[in-house]
Write a protein that binds this ligand. Structure first.
Ligand code: ATP
Ligand code: MG
Length: 611
């Protein structure tokens, strides 16, 4: 299992707060695992997206740095939209990111639904203390009586119900006597509070719905605000980190725990006081060109704009993984993005550049021709038998000498990219054209002597050339008699026609064409929907690509070399690719499938500006 790198983690306000708490012994003696206890609390109602990665890295990272504990907690208090598939996907993604809940800094997996009984008992306690009541108002009536920013709300007519009556009703709600929406349990706080969250918020509602974990045991379910702090308390969470939209909920978070602690303490019939964690909010991670809200992601999947939650174009962690992103790049990016109190949007290219840096260091280089045309070396017999194969030594990774070299076969007939040849080439076209010379990467220098075209389509079918025997390995020939050194401007990649193996290549691009896919453009019609900004060219499948012969075997070996079993490569001059982890090579589908992870350079910065 990898760990989250943090040799010189930049400090941010949360890291500083935790450091100070640890130094002050706020939650225990130094060295004790209880000093920093964090959790990542996803609701299992969709796959995780890259924003969640930030929360995972932050929470796990803090526990790891302080020898503390980290929980993966499923916040499964809402039965309607939650599914087992999501639970499994979330576990896989959290582990892939390196936040091992079973490792040295892990405290395990929890389900909020396992605390339902405890949370319920506390609700009865609040009723008995006169701090909660069962209310018969409908949701609509409650909304009407909430008041406004300038006006206090109107107290519910049930606000002064006697505790005994409320307890009886709550028990009957729990027993299933009332239909959905007919009754709620509310906290008795302050209908005049300037903070709406404190105007007698709902704690329980009646929902007759099957729950993925508790089945049909419950038909009342706790609201997020009521349950969340209690879940934190039960687990001994010290630093409860959440995003800014919960800032206004913090007084309620504190109120609920204080309410339970009212009249508790030594000798109290209620027992000891319960643990009171500290909630702290930070700004959500936001990126250009992608959407993160689960509602939007659900829609993309449901309406088949993508192939599924793990479509390589999705902003989900599963999507990024399938596209070939490394967990390390995502962690580095999250760290680099920092933790602040201010909403800011980060340019997507920052993530891509961090990814490129990682892949550049680690991927083996291979040659793949995406749109092949034949290149024939006319004078191949000058070097010996015209049918011979020469093995050329090719460097596996110029960034890493220990990756060594491999042997690539070269023969009389090769395949090169259609784009690397042009009949009427402009002066600045540094690739092949009649009369021009280029270097075949790790091969020889070749000069174009002619070409053939298809009589019907006019397309070039064959490029003819001669090679210079003195340029083996792609090296420059010796200077001529006058001491002049011949030069080539371009290097192109190639594969041997007789040896090459077919592969499928999928070129992925951004799913949306605009920086803020969720923002309605000023001049957009009323009917505008975010799907209007989908990029129609976000995927291109190339069936006829040809790879150097050992690529299938290399892919097998690379699977073992990468910590997550995903084989990644750099295809020379083209980009970074991974073997699609979800496509099984079989007799009916014998080709390896490669997903483009990223282009070699940022091609979007310019395109986007041109519009
Ligand atoms: P969404 O609707 O975008 O999926 P959510 O907050 O409803 O987000 P949860 O499953 O409730 O999703 O979130 C789990 C945790 O992840 C929460 O602590 C939440 O604050 C955090 N989180 C969600 N989105 C982001 C984000 N963009 N950046 C950082 N943390 C996030
Ligand atoms: Mg949520």
């Amino acid at each position: 299992m990898t760990t989250i790198e943090s040799p010189n983690t930049p400090t941010h306000f949360i890291a500083q707060m935790v450091d100070a708490d640890v130094a002050a012994g706020k939650w225990g003696a130094p060295g004790d695992a209880s000093v920093v206890c964090t959790r990542f609390p996803p609701e299992p109602n969709g796959y995780l997206h890259i924003g969640h990665a930030k929360s995972i890295c932050l929470n796990f990272g803090l526990a790891q740095q302080h020898g503390g504990k980290f929980f993966l907690r499923f916040d499964d208090t809402n039965p309607a939209k939650e599914e087992q598939e999501y639970v499994e996907a979330i576990k896989r993604d959290v582990l892939w990111l390196g936040a091992d809940w079973d490792g040295p800094n892990g405290a395990g997996i929890r389900f909020a639904s396992n605390y339902f009984q405890q949370v319920y008992d506390w609700a009865e306690e609040l009723i008995e203390k006169g701090l909660a009541y069962v209310c018969d108002l409908t949701g609509e009536e409650m909304r009407q009586m909430r008041g406004s920013a300038t006006e206090a709300g109107t107290p519910s007519p049930f606000r002064n119900r006697l505790p005994a009556e409320s307890i009886d009703l709550l028990r009957r709600m729990k027993a299933g006597e009332f239909p959905d929406g007919s009754k709620t349990l509310r906290a008795k706080i302050d209908m005049a509070s300037p903070n709406f969250n404190l105007r007698d918020p709902v704690m329980y509602r009646v929902v007759h719905e099957h729950h993925h974990n508790t089945g049909d045991e419950w038909c009342i379910y706790p609201m997020y605000d009521w349950a969340h702090g209690l879940e934190d308390s039960i687990e001994g969470i010290t630093h409860s980190l959440c995003t800014l939209e919960f800032e206004n909920h913090r007084p309620l978070y504190d109120w609920f725990i204080d309410a339970i602690n009212t009249d508790r303490g030594q000798g109290s019939k209620w027992g000891e006081k319960i643990h009171h964690p500290q909630q702290t909010e930070f700004a959500k991670l936001r990126l250009t060109y992608i959407l993160m809200g689960k509602r939007r992601l659900v829609e993309l999947v449901r309406d088949k704009h993508v192939s599924g939650w793990d479509d390589p174009r999705m902003s989900t962690i599963s999507g990024f993984r399938r596209r070939g992103y490394t967990a390390r790049a995502i962690r580095t990016f999250c760290e680099d993005a920092g933790v602040t109190k201010f909403d800011a949007t980060i340019d997507f290219s920052r993530l891509e550049n961090i990814l490129r840096e990682d892949l550049n260091k680690r991927t083996l280089r291979r040659m793949v021709v995406q749109h092949p045309i034949k290149l024939i070396i006319e004078n191949w017999a000058d070097g010996g038998d015209a049918n011979r194969t020469e093995l050329m030594a090719a460097v596996n990774n110029p960034e890493n000498a220990s990756a060594g070299t491999r042997q690539v076969p070269l023969m009389r007939e090769l395949l090169i990219e259609r784009d690397d040849f042009m009949i009427d080439a402009p002066r600045k076209f540094f690739r092949l054209a009649p009369g021009r010379e280029v270097r075949l990467r790790y091969g020889y220098w070749v000069t174009c002597t002619g070409y053939e075209t298809d009589p019907v389509s006019g397309e070039v079918t064959v490029v003819r050339c001669t090679y210079d025997l003195q340029t083996k390995g792609g090296n420059a020939p010796p200077p001529d008699a006058d001491g002049k050194q011949r030069k080539v401007k371009g290097t192109i990649h190639w594969v041997s026609a007789a040896h090459a193996v077919p592969v499928q290549v999928r070129l992925f691009d951004r799913l949306f064409t605009v920086e803020e896919p969720d923002r309605k453009p000023k001049d957009a019609p009323e009917s505008w929907h975010f799907t209007d900004s989908l990029n129609p060219d976000s995927v291109e499948v190339i069936e006829g690509a040809m790879a150097e012969p050992a690529l299938a075997e290399d892919a097998q070996n690379a699977r073992d070399a990468w910590e997550d079993g995903i084989a990644r490569f750099q295809f020379e001059r083209i980009g970074y690719f991974c073997v699609d982890p979800d496509t099984v090579v079989s007799d009916s589908a014998p080709k390896l499938v490669f997903n483009r992870t990223a282009t070699l350079k940022d091609t979007w910065a310019k395109v986007a500006k041109k519009g």
